[in-house]
Design a protein around this ligand. Structure first.
Ligand code: GLU
Length: 383
């Protein structure tokens, strides 16, 4: 089934003759430069039997290949709790929150060790980044996380991300790594989120129970039919966690990113996808990355301040260049780093909108400053 608009009434293009993974359409990963790959606990820990080193080795090999193809990759890995439970010799996943948190802390060591070792064999360094929901809703922390991840990617490192399970309580928890993968996709403005799971992708119903279930090869992310399929009473795909994947795709699409749900056990799946083979379920974003970002800036942000800029800065901005403090002649309003502000000409005409890296107090002190004076004037240097 292909949920593109040229199909049936809800945009479905049925293609039940094809087995999953052999579709003729091309892959959404083919032209993606920045990619977030999420691997689930069942895959990482061999269904709870212990860290699957050979699977981790295979993903490291594939990600190394993607890097050679010029792609940037961030890995979001689950499996800390599952691995911790094993290492602690517990028979099953504990119920109490603090036990799970302890297990996550123990298990995370195993994940870190395994990723570092297997990537090192390909000459790639990894970095551990543990995030919570609270980190991603606090604008300051959001920006810090974004800048750190951008810097890690610039340095050629593969960041390995998980939720900081040890410190989260239900209110500040992302809860599942599909959602975390989508939040990271938004955070770094990735082009594509690849969710590797133990299933081939999304079916219209649970294929184990319903022989008429069709494989969904492609659909627009965020379509309500998808949620109905995964969450509806008639289907139990959601037991495989499909609903969180569908919602993750919807979230990723908000920053213009496509999502692919595919089996992590499929041979060389990441490389084949990157080469254009349409393996798994492809959920595409309706709007482009640039459009999504501009739309977000235009619609969702309350402008909390105004920066008046000189004619030189106006023409620099219009030519797609950055705004430097030397072109800033005045600052109005009260804002913090990460807030949205409007840029106005000296006649008060708004010419641009953007997010500031400095507070209003700092920005005032930076008016007309040359870049090399920034640190001297406010004590630190940001971009
Ligand atoms: N953060 C959890 C872990 O590493 C996993 C959450 C999930 O699998 O969605 O064990």
């Amino acid at each position: 089934i292909d949920f593109r608009n040229e199909g049936a009434s809800c945009g479905i293009l049925r293609d039940s003759s094809q087995s999953p993974g052999s579709s003729v359409m091309s892959s959404l990963l083919q032209n993606a430069h920045r990619i977030v790959v999420k691997v689930g606990s069942a895959l990482v820990t061999n269904d709870g039997r212990g860290l699957d080193e050979s699977a981790i080795e295979r993903w490291a090999a594939q990600i190394a290949e993607l890097r050679r193809m010029g792609r940037e990759v961030i890995l979001v890995s689950s499996g800390a709790v599952a691995e911790g439970v094993l290492r602690l010799g517990w028979e099953k996943r504990p119920k109490r929150v603090y036990e799970k948190q302890a297990a996550a802390a123990v298990g995370q060591m195993g994940l870190v060790q395994a990723y570092e070792t297997h990537f090192r064999a390909y000459g790639i360094r990894t970095a551990l980044v543990l995030l919570t929901h609270a980190n991603l809703v606090d604008r300051e922390q959001y920006l810090n996380a974004r800048m750190t991840l951008n810097e890690l990617l610039r340095l050629g490192i593969v960041p390995v991300i998980n939720e900081n399970d040890t410190v989260v309580t239900s209110e500040i928890k992302v809860g599942d790594n599909d959602t975390l993968g989508a939040l990271v996709t938004n955070l770094v403005e990735a082009d594509c989120l690849v969710i590797l799971t133990d299933q081939k992708g999304l079916y219209t119903a649970d294929p184990r129970r319903d022989p008429s279930a069709d494989f969904v090869s492609s659909a627009e992310a965020g379509r309500p039919e998808l949620e109905a399929m995964a969450g509806g009473a008639a289907s139990s795909i959601s037991t495989g966690g499909m609903i969180t994947k569908i919602l993750a795709a919807k979230r990723a699409a908000r920053s213009g990113a496509n999502t692919i749900i595919a089996s992590g056990r499929e041979e060389n799946v990441l490389v084949r996808l990157a080469q254009g083979e349409a393996v798994g379920t492809h959920l595409y974003a309706a709007s482009s990355k640039l459009h999504a970002r501009k739309q977000w800036l235009a619609d969702h942000l309350r402008m909390v301040g105004t920066i008046t800029i000189d004619a030189g800065a106006v023409s620099a901005l219009r030519n797609g260049k950055s705004l430097l403090p030397v072109g800033v002649v005045g600052v109005e309003g009260d804002f913090v780093r990460g807030d949205a502000v409007g840029c106005v000409t000296e006649d008060g005409v708004e010419v641009a909108r953007g997010l500031v890296n400095y507070s209003s107090d700092e920005a005032r002190r930076l008016c007309r400053a040359h870049t090399e004076e920034i640190e001297e004037r406010i004590g630190h240097l940001d971009r």
